[in-house]
Design a protein around this ligand. Structure first.
Ligand SMILES: [Zn+2]
Length: 261
């Protein structure tokens, strides 16, 4: 289990660098998607604002989206202080982000001593957190990158890349969840009925399905549509049934949403 500190760049900040327009909202979305997935994988995510003091942890990641007066400027990038471990972790994140679908390439790494003072990476060093780096998911001032970042595919890829890098660098204690050896539910499908179906209808509503399903315990056409919506939203196979993968994801997301409301 890893304690992962996720700092939403600039959030809660009143002075100093407050970020590109829309940046705080975007990185908050990504953090809120990533946190329940990290929990699901057996980690403890701690989501922070920019000026909040850091608790102890195993990894510190500051989330940012870049901006520039040059509308053509683009590319994702990483920043880290001068240490090999953080550098390797930051580069593992780049690989994960690309694997998850980031389509626009990368800028050069920002690998300088000065960076030790930015966005909490300096505090992280003082706290003895062994891995600390900054991710820039892309430019919000670049029309193409911004449209992708704000899409479901982009938000999902960004959040997934964070989960992946924790797994790549520190391992996932709960990876057996994905090998099917853990089964909380039997598969539910069209025409099933009962209290168990109602529980999942409620969870679909919690994750933001609109108009909300009637929680009646009947797995009908509307429920199947909601399941397909959820599966598309999170890049799962669109089966329309609540299989193990869908159940795990749905449970994690409903849990995360309930916490953040
Ligand atoms: Zn920023």
């Amino acid at each position: 289990m890893a304690r992962v500190l996720i700092q939403r760049g600039h959030c809660s900040r009143r002075s100093g660098a407050t970020g590109t327009s829309g940046e705080q909202k975007q990185v908050t979305r990504i953090a809120e998607l990533a946190a329940p997935w990290l929990e699901q994988h057996g980690h403890t995510p701690i989501v922070l604002g920019a000026d909040e003091p850091l608790p102890s942890g195993d990894m510190f990641i500051a989330l940012h989206c870049d901006g520039s007066v040059n509308a053509k400027a683009g590319g994702a990038s990483v920043g880290y202080r001068n240490d090999e471990k953080s550098k390797r972790a930051a580069q593992a994140w780049k690989a994960a982000y690309q694997r998850r679908g980031w389509p626009f390439g990368f800028r050069a790494d920002n690998y300088t001593k000065a960076l030790s003072q930015y966005y909490g990476t300096g505090w992280a060093a003082k706290k003895g957190i062994p891995l600390a780096f900054i991710v820039e998911f892309g430019f919000l001032t670049n029309a193409k990158e911004s449209a992708w970042l704000r899409s479901e595919a982009g938000e999902t890829a960004a959040a997934r890349s964070l989960v992946d890098v924790v797994g790549d660098v520190l391992g996932h204690p709960n990876s057996e969840l994905h090998n099917g050896s853990h089964s909380e539910v039997d598969m539910l499908k069209r025409k099933d009925a009962g209290a168990n179906v109602g529980k999942w209808q409620h969870r679909l509503n919690q994750t933001g399905y609109t108009p909300p399903l009637k929680v009646d315990g009947d797995f009908g056409e509307d429920t199947e549509k909601a399941v397909r919506w959820f599966q598309r939203r999170f890049g799962l196979d669109e089966t329309g049934t609540i299989d193990l993968t869908t159940a795990v994801q749905l449970q994690a997301m409903a849990h995360g949403m309930a916490q953040h409301q």
